[in-house]
Write a protein of this length. Structure first.
Length: 247
């Protein structure tokens, strides 16, 4: 009896089940959904490339700062030697000049400088030390000490041998001096370039010229060239490896 009731219920429900709408499928699970791709971040803006450094040739040209020597020790030596030296204002004439020139009026042992010489301290010291040897040689060979050293040129803005197209002379830097001769008390003066070979005066000139080569870096005189036939040119020009010119 129960079996018959179940079949009757099933037959009555069949048409209703056939007419029921289909059940929708569930949405896909998140792990099966396609991944969401986010846009890549934009690159940061590029910084401007640094400019190359300026070459030295591109830099604006300007006058070089003058080199001011420290003459403290040199001036003390001049004082001990008995040199009379008066400081002068700086010299400047185009490429010529000197930062600390001195006016030299007297050398050791009272040797007068006529006219007064305008020199740097190193050149003045070389002249002073040489003059002490000149005195010894004069007393030995001539029997008299010189009283005056006669000067032609010290500071002068010019080229070598007075040539305007030549390299500047050391005179242009107060670094050179031209000696014309010596005056004595009680005898005739000695003039550079004068006097016959074999005389005491000639021997004295040769001796003081040779001695100058131990104090000055440049020594030129009679026989060197036509421009130095009547005086001794003495200067303190610096050369590579300490080279000296003695002619």
């Amino acid at each position: 009896m129960a079996h018959r009731l179940f079949l009757a219920v099933l037959l009555l429900a069949g048409p209703a089940l056939a007419q029921a709408p289909p059940v929708p499928l569930p949405p896909p699970r998140p792990d099966t959904a396609p991944p969401v791709t986010e846009p890549a971040p934009a690159p940061p803006p590029a910084e401007p490339a640094p400019l190359p450094p300026e070459r030295p040739a591109d830099l604006p040209a300007g006058p070089a700062a003058p080199v001011i020597p420290d003459d403290t020790a040199c001036l003390r030596r001049l004082e001990r030697l008995g040199v009379k030296a008066e400081p002068l204002p700086p010299l400047s004439d185009g490429l010529c000049g000197a930062q600390k020139p001195l006016r030299i009026t007297e050398l050791p042992d009272g040797l007068q400088v006529t006219p007064a010489a305008t020199l740097t301290c190193p050149a003045a010291e070389a002249l002073a030390r040489w003059s002490t040897e000149v005195r010894v040689l004069a007393e030995r060979g001539l029997g008299r000490a010189p009283r005056i050293v006669r000067i032609a040129t010290s500071y002068e803005c010019r080229g070598q041998n007075h040539d305007p197209d030549a390299k500047l002379s050391e005179h242009a830097f107060a670094n050179g001096v031209d000696v014309m001769g010596f005056t004595f008390e009680g005898r005739e003066p000695v003039t550079i370039g004068a006097g016959a070979a074999g005389t005491p005066e000639f021997a004295f000139q040769a001796a003081v010229r040779a001695k100058a080569c131990t104090f000055f870096r440049t020594v030129l005189g009679p026989g060197s060239d036509a421009a130095h036939g009547n005086h001794l040119h003495l200067d303190e020009r610096e050369r590579p490896a300490g080279h000296r010119l003695c002619q």
